[in-house]
Ligand binder design. Sequence first.
Ligand code: SF4
Length: 525
Amino acid sequence: RNVIHVCMTGCRAYGAAEVLQSLQDEVKRQGMEKEVEVRSTGCHGFCARAPVIALDPLGVQYQEVGPEDAAEIIGQTIKQNRLIDRLAYKEPKTNKPIYYRDQIPFYMKQERRVLALCGRIDPTSIEHYIAAGGYQALVRVLSGMAPEQVAQEVIDAKLRGRGGAGFPAGLKWKFARQSSANPKYIICNADEGDPGAFMDRAILEGDPHSVIEGMIIGAFAMGARYGFIYVREEYPIAVEHLNCAIAQAGELGILGENILGTGFSFSLSLKMGAGAFVCGEETALMASIEGKRGMPRARPPFPAQSGVDGKPSNINNVETFANVPLILKNGAGWYAQVGTENSKGTKIFSLAGKVNNTGLVEVPIGTSIREVVFDIGGGIPKGRKFKAVQMGGPSGGCVPAQFLNLSIDYDTLQKIGAIMGSGGMVVMDENNCMVEIARFFLAFTQSESCGKCSPCRLGTTQLLEILTRITTGRGRLEDIETIKEIGRTMTEASLCGLGQNCAKPAISTLQYFLKEYEDHILENR
Ligand code: SF4
């Protein structure tokens, strides 16, 4: 049967709902309901060409589709090509360009493992997830594996936390299991807040069961009976799909008491965050779950010893959990076939800014920045020059052109003052002012600082004042040293990661684009 997959998540902003309706109407009008299914799915990744639809099993994609294209797509493409065998597919004469997905440069260098089902299954259907191999990993785990074995398999797979810190996920579970206190909690951090980052949103919207399955497996490994998904309220489709997925899993006995008759019980609830960036920090997130104001606290004690309600708690982010079923289903050996020595698997990046092919990109860890920006991203619009890419959001650094061949992994990026972060990549071209970029990120972190500790509360305010002064022609040469000194103090003395890292955009642009600062200051003398 032909299935037309219509992205009804990100593409909605470009009119996908009207496209879906017109395709459904057209199928009805042509009496092809038995032959053609029009399916609402998650994101296909190629956001620059929204609305995107995919036609399977032909492996064909249509881009920038409008409701007016429905008659042609249904009539020409499907009706005249009823044989669904790819080999038998004859490209029809159409006005609308047809692309074979495996020949589109945007997809050719990608390895879509975590995103494999996004854009293919209906995220509100647990049957679709199960038919695609979903929950097989959970069945394997609950059919005789010991919790320690499960954690060990994830350790062997070298899965590092995809939220930014890169701590080995299996080790975290092992430590949490070793605590004798009960109950234990497992938490999914779905509070994605970096400007330009939308990886986790896409997973939750397009394949929510993969995250739930990863959480149940993690809960089994660490001995948790309860779990929370902390998701920001600004993600209404993600919230809707998660609620639906949790209810469906409960109905099928995949969540709740005595899961699949194995004696293991696990309950999962959604907690909605109000969108404070600082609530992505794990101690602030846990305070928010407890109903308190989301503010970080000093560590130790670490969450693995004392988290929600003082009980051992483990937090991983959305993408980390979505990787777990892949490991337990296919084995650590399979998983570790791609990646670098210390970090295996793939990483999803949201490619945004001055790049032709904006969207969601999943590549093996270790892929170079050049491959992502040029081979997959299609380079810089209007033939302009690449200047830098901001990696890791407001806590990350700017990576200049001289490092284009650098491989993207946790350790390499740290050496040049950047971080992989959760996966935001914002590309800048020759027309971007790097001082203005640093000011933009500082304005964001200054408004998001919770104000609990003075190095961050005062430091972000001072840095923003100085950067605003420089970009508005009132800068002084001594401002450059002051920025560095404030940055050092904040890194050493701030209580949480927000304050410790938020000077990075200023420090890294100073390191690689000092002349732009000097030009701003000297030009206006
Ligand atoms: Fe709050 Fe900033 Fe201190 Fe973190 S570093 S606790 S965000 S004031």
